[in-house]
Design a protein around this ligand. Structure first.
Ligand code: SF4
Length: 457
């Protein structure tokens, strides 16, 4: 796929990937051999009819392809950009056994963009209303996909969002250069056109509890609040000025537009000509370090305790980060942040690691090398080692079942919780995962909520 030149994009927040042209899309679609049993669909958590939409692209019927896609996925422009297709549908593509698999994700993005840019996002016609009301807590990918399915099943749907903007992690967690906000907004607007009601600045657990929603005439509640509580390293010096969690850093930059301070009210650490270290190896770490480069960092490091083979980030994100000049310091673990007399971060003590036997995650365990410590001068550190569940729902809805990390326990087939009429899905159930897995959970919950509402009738 054509993309912005690395040197040029290092200084802007415009999208890196530029998308297929019509000709490239058709050529790529013609690589699909239209398998009688398309294994690619098995790899898609929301069951998009991949072979059918690709056949329409090959014929040049791009709007028909968009319609086919939206039978199973109402957020295709988002998924086409951020889903890890290389681990899902594309890894199952038959063509991939001998050659590059068909670029399913890029074709998905193409048809969604084609529709939006030519005729605007069209919404399907709706079934007769059932008179049932469902409250969805959280407007991230799980909540949005659940809302899209339930409204098409004829139910009234209200989505409650804690922040002032809709989209959850799609808005605050993923930077503009990977997922433009305008695209998220337009796909959410299409749900509004279908009749989904959205309420922002509503923190369920504070403004209303789950029980109050049920008492206020909602027939079912779907909890999809994500995983918004950042983990820290728990090492000395983590409270110094200049040490952030990725969650805070990304929220300041992505949601509050701190990169345009003082035009926007929220500031963020001034990275210009500074040394920035991001600790972690996932997509969030890549997003964070690439933002710091765009904010002018002189040296921007990824510091990760295993090797690049074990890195959980998408290969494409690692590749883009390297192209943009990010330096990878692998097999290295931070021991201590060191500050000056005024409490500002100045350096980090790093210990080198080597890989041992695989641990419970299946990845080789990092083992410290004694006497290998050294000091790396840095001005800003961002901890990007994952998120846990926010405790607000647990505190105010104690009669749900939770695991020891505060994730809600559900029946995996139906997403039903232990409380009648209450369902849950996405990161609040699984812990931090991918956008498409959260969407799959949202769709599964929508089907189960529909069955539940019918049975209650
Ligand atoms: S597995 Fe690959 S070749 Fe077969 S239908 Fe799916 S995309 Fe086409």
């Amino acid at each position: 796929m054509p993309e912005q030149d690395p040197l040029q994009r290092r200084s802007n927040f415009n999208e890196v990937n530029l998308g297929f042209t019509e000709e490239l899309a058709k050529m790529e679609a013609l690589r699909c051999i239209q398998c009688p049993k398309p294994t690619c669909i098995e790899g898609c958590p929301v069951g998009v009819k991949i072979n059918e939409f690709i056949a329409l692209v090959a014929e040049g019927d791009f709007l028909g392809a968009a319609d086919k896609m939206k039978e199973d996925n109402l957020l295709p422009a988002i998924c086409g950009r951020v889903c890890p297709q290389e681990e899902q549908c594309e890894v199952k593509c038959v063509v991939g056994k001998k050659n590059e698999p068909v670029a399913i994700g890029r074709l998905e993005r193409f048809v969604a963009d084609y529709e939006r840019e030519t005729v605007g996002i069209r919404v399907p016609s709706l079934k007769t209303k059932t008179g049932k009301k469902v409250a969805i807590v959280g407007s991230g990918p799980a909540g949005l996909s659940c809302a899209g399915d339930l409204i098409q099943m004829g139910h009234d749907v209200t989505v409650f969002e804690a922040l002032h903007e809709l989209g959850g992690v799609l808005i605050y967690g993923i930077p503009e250069f990977r997922l433009p906000k305008s695209i998220v907004k337009e796909e959410i607007d299409s749900l509004s056109k279908l009749g989904v009601e959205f309420k922002t600045n509503e923190v369920i657990g504070l403004t209303d509890t789950v029980d109050e929603l049920m008492q206020n005439d909602y027939d079912a509640v779907f909890i999809a609040v994500g995983a918004g509580l950042p983990y820290f390293l728990n090492i000395p010096g983590e409270n110094l000025n200049g040490v952030y969690s990725s969650n805070e850093f990304l929220t300041r930059v992505n949601l509050m537009k701190a990169y345009r301070f003082p035009e926007f009210d929220t500031p963020v650490f001034n990275c210009k000509d500074k040394n920035v270290a991001v600790f972690g190896g996932g997509n969030t770490a890549m997003d964070t370090v690439r933002i710091s480069k765009r904010l002018g960092a002189k040296n921007a490091y990824i510091i990760y305790r295993r090797s690049d083979v074990e890195m959980p980030a998408r290969a494409e994100e690692i590749h883009h980060a390297k192209e943009e000049g990010i330096e990878f310091i692998l097999l290295s673990n931070p021991l201590e942040f060191i500050g000056d007399e005024k409490g500002w971060l100045k350096s980090v003590k790093i210990q080198r690691m080597e890989l041992g036997e695989p641990d419970s995650s299946g990845r080789r365990r990092p083992i410290p090398i004694p006497g290998s410590d050294y000091i790396l001068p840095i001005d800003m550190a961002v901890i990007s080692i994952g998120n846990g569940s926010n405790p607000i729902i647990q505190k105010t809805t104690p009669d749900l079942n939770y695991n020891k990390w505060g994730n809600i326990l559900v029946d995996e087939n139906t997403m039903k919780t232990s409380k009648k009429g209450v369902f849950a899905g996405g990161d609040i159930v699984t812990g931090g995962a991918t956008v498409i897995l959260a969407m799959g959970a949202g769709r599964k919950a929508a089907a189960a909520i529909n069955d539940y509402l019918k049975s209650e009738s």
